[in-house]
Design a protein around this ligand. Structure first.
Ligand code: B12
Length: 372
């Protein structure tokens, strides 16, 4: 963000929890009211192009959930990091900047209509800030490097070839390349981290810029799933010499490739892993943990929209006596946006990549053995 935006965003006043609770309670009505207000406008086509009104509704839902996370954490850094991405996501899909501004005014109004607070309240002050910085944010969103999600630097040969094969939908080519590159568990870890992660981040940026379709992005992820499943079979017989680990994406989190990589490399390192994949309901995850009592939980969050659910899961776990010795390792793209977020959430550690994940878990395991 430009220095002036960054300075004033840090100066915004913290939101008291009563105001956040009222915002949470009124969220559904506010999402519906803002969507209705935009939908009833006579200049709708100028505002949203030929996008369906459902996209406006979905954007309001994402906005409301995200703002709730910002208010709960009082993390204006998180807000500042995400704003250019939101603006760009609208712009490239033909939703005008004018529409973004109208939505902000509508949100400010529904705060009062739903008795969240009056026009001078602290949440209203955040919306005033957003409205007054609208032009600067729209300008900033045109700068490709303004978010933490921008394309990684052009990769080496292997990264480029794998990405190209994924974009061509060449499943066989991807599998062949992976099989040629990997003969040991260490090479598998390197391939996951260095090649697959790079390719999917690149594909995410192409999707973000509307340069590839949702179908192409889905196809690429599906190929990665097929390739990693084929590779897994080669290494699955590793002896289990360490503790139990449950690896899960957070509730509502659909991104599972990162969590799956964590599960695979922990298993290859001798851990007894239960992998539960994407979007597990909170109550189910808590029941599973109480039953299995693992040594550690590895919790993955890719999109900041799901941070609030992850925070609540961690808070619930920390309130359960029988899980008091279980370690929680946080990871995923969403945690990388604000460096100390995992600590604010009450997790026991954070790892940004697969090598750090192994190092963290093994250190905890050794510490645990020393106390036995
Ligand atoms: C594939 C994909 C999808 C697929 C996921 C399918 C699947 N089966 O996983 C689908 C289509 C479902 C999807 C949906 C959405 N997506 Co998406 N998606 C992606 C994409 C292209 C790749 C994700 C991925 O697999 N990355 C590769 C893995 C290996 O990377 P990783 O997750 O970061 O994991 C590494 C580390 O973080 C770490 N790690 C990960 N988890 C953990 C856990 C622990 C404990 C530890 C220690 C470490 C760790 O280890 C891994 C290896 O180093 C990303 C782009 C990106 N930059 O990641 C966008 C991306 C994450 N998606 C994005 C968005 C916005 C969405 C949607 C909101 C879109 C929408 N409008 O609906 C939804 C959200 C749905 C939801 N409720 O979760 C944005 C998020 C940005 C933002 N501002 O929030 C991204 C960044 C795209 C972009 N550039 O804009 N998406």
């Amino acid at each position: 963000m430009p220095a002036d935006c960054r300075t004033d965003i840090a100066g915004l006043a913290a939101i008291p929890s009563e105001n956040t609770d009222r915002y949470a309670a009124a969220l559904e009505q506010m999402i519906a009211a803002v969507t209705r207000e935009i939908g009833e406008r006579t200049d709708l086509v100028q505002l949203i192009g030929h996008n369906p009104l459902q996209m406006v509704a979905m954007n309001q839902r994402h906005h409301g959930q995200f703002m709730l996370t910002v208010f709960r954490l009082n993390s204006f850094e998180l807000l500042g990091r995400m704003l250019p991405w939101f603006y760009r996501a609208c712009d490239v899909r033909g939703i005008s900047f004018d529409c973004c501004l109208l939505e902000l005014h509508a949100w400010k109004k529904v705060l009062q209509d739903n008795r969240v607070e009056d026009a001078a309240g602290p949440i209203s002050a955040i919306y005033d800030w957003l409205i007054s910085h609208h032009d600067a944010l729209a300008e900033l969103s045109r700068n490709a490097d303004a978010t933490g999600f921008s394309r990684p630097p052009d990769g080496d040969g292997l990264q480029q070839i794998f990405t190209a094969l994924l974009l061509q939908g060449d499943h066989g080519g991807c599998l062949k390349l992976a099989e040629q590159s990997i003969t040991t568990p260490a090479e598998l870890r390197h391939f996951y981290e260095h090649v697959v992660r790079h390719a999917l981040y690149t594909i995410g940026t192409l999707w973000e810029r509307n340069e590839i379709s949702v179908a192409e992005e889905h196809q690429a992820t599906a190929i990665v799933g097929r390739v990693t499943s084929a590779l897994y079979g080669r290494f699955v017989a590793t002896p289990q010499t360490k503790g139990t680990a449950i690896v899960s994406a957070a509730p509502n989190e659909f991104h599972e490739v990162g969590a799956r990589m964590v599960a695979d490399i922990l298993e290859l390192d001798g851990w007894d892993v239960t992998y539960v994949g994407a979007s597990i309901p909170t109550a189910e995850l808590l029941d599973l943990l109480k039953k299995a009592r693992p040594f550690l939980l590895a919790l993955s969050v890719a999109t900041p929209l799901n941070l609030e659910k992850a925070r609540m899961v961690i808070a619930s776990i920390k309130g359960i006596a029988e899980l008091s010795s279980m370690r929680i390792l946080a990871g995923g793209l969403a945690f990388s946006i604000v460096p100390d977020l995992w600590q604010d959430f009450g997790a026991d550690g954070y790892a940004a990549n697969l090598d750090d994940t192994i190092a963290h878990c093994n250190q905890w395991w050794q510490e645990g053995q020393e106390h036995v």
